[in-house]
Design a binder for this molecule. Structure first.
Ligand code: SAH
Length: 263
């Protein structure tokens, strides 16, 4: 099938069979399970998913791709023409996994929708921009709001790095496949994310300053807490571990006042 890739939809079609196999292997799909794919594109990954015996739900935003996907897959997949950013996630089944080569420009936004859905995927194997994958996996010292959010909901692992030559057309950035296994670390992730959002508000500023500016904790309270965690009083948000954020959140009397989560 010949299609002209559209920049607006972030279309970079996989052409490496080796990468498709690495994704499928990492996804550990069990025959009969439901797998959601966002952005089937020309169907390279979709074909491999169908071959595992999965029930595939493919969500594609570009209408122009739908006729050929319909012709190629017929009713072997459930094809939905929708924008994953405006999709009604309550329509998804209660149990499923996500396997996708995500459109990079909106990849983290789409993941956020899945992770905060009523029924989140049990695991995700997704291709993202390499730098985004690194942020998901980051350790204290390099943490960001994305690291906190992803690690709060899941256990992330790198599957493989993917060079731009594996796509047609090649993207300007390198890519990585990551696997995220659903494993929420707290019952109220929204509160922790809202707090981290406040802590990361001005990255150059020390944590106590950001929290004091938002009226969440006084500088003295934050400094005392930092010392109790073995961190310097001058620590910035990126130095905190996920456990630190959870601890700080439940020690914070005023977290109910901070703005709703927006990862
Ligand atoms: N999975 C294919 C294509 C990946 S490119 C492959 O690996 O070859 C990204 C795909 O996501 C494209 O098909 C693009 O049209 C689609 N897409 C982009 N934005 C989308 C959105 N908001 N919702 C659903 N699909 C989207």
């Amino acid at each position: 099938m010949r299609v002209r890739p559209k920049k607006s939809f972030g279309q970079h079609f996989l052409k490496s069979g080796k990468v498709v196999r690495a994704i499928i292997e990492a996804a550990e799909i069990v025959q009969g399970e439901t797998v959601v794919e966002v952005g089937p594109g020309t169907g390279v990954l979709t074909r491999a998913l169908v071959e595992t015996g999965a029930r595939v739900i493919a969500i594609e935003a570009d209408r122009d791709l739908i006729p050929s996907l319909e012709a190629d897959f017929g009713d072997t997949i459930k094809l939905v023409c929708a924008d994953a950013l405006h999709f009604d996630y309550s329509l998804l089944p209660t149990a499923y996994s996500l396997t996708s080569n995500l459109p990079y420009n909106v990849g983290t936004e789409i993941l956020k929708r899945f992770l905060t859905a009523k029924h989140p995927p049990s695991r995700c194997v997704v291709m993202v921009q390499k730098e985004v994958g690194e942020r998901m996996l980051a350790a204290p010292g390099k943490m960001s709001l994305l690291s906190v959010a992803v690690q709060l909901y899941t256990d992330p692992k790198r599957v493989t790095n993917v060079s731009s030559g594996s796509f047609s057309p090649p993207p300007k950035v390198e890519s990585a496949v990551v696997r995220l296994d659903w494993n929420p670390k707290t019952q109220y992730p929204e509160a922790v994310i809202a707090l981290a959002k406040t802590g990361f508000r001005a990255r150059r500023k020390q944590l106590h300053r950001n929290l004091a500016d938002a009226g969440v904790k006084t500088s003295e309270e934050t400094k005392a807490w930092l010392l109790s965690r073995g961190l310097p009083e001058t620590a910035r948000a990126q130095e905190l571990s996920l456990k630190d954020w959870i601890d700080l959140c439940y020690n914070t009397s005023g977290y109910g006042r901070i703005s709703p989560p927006d990862v």
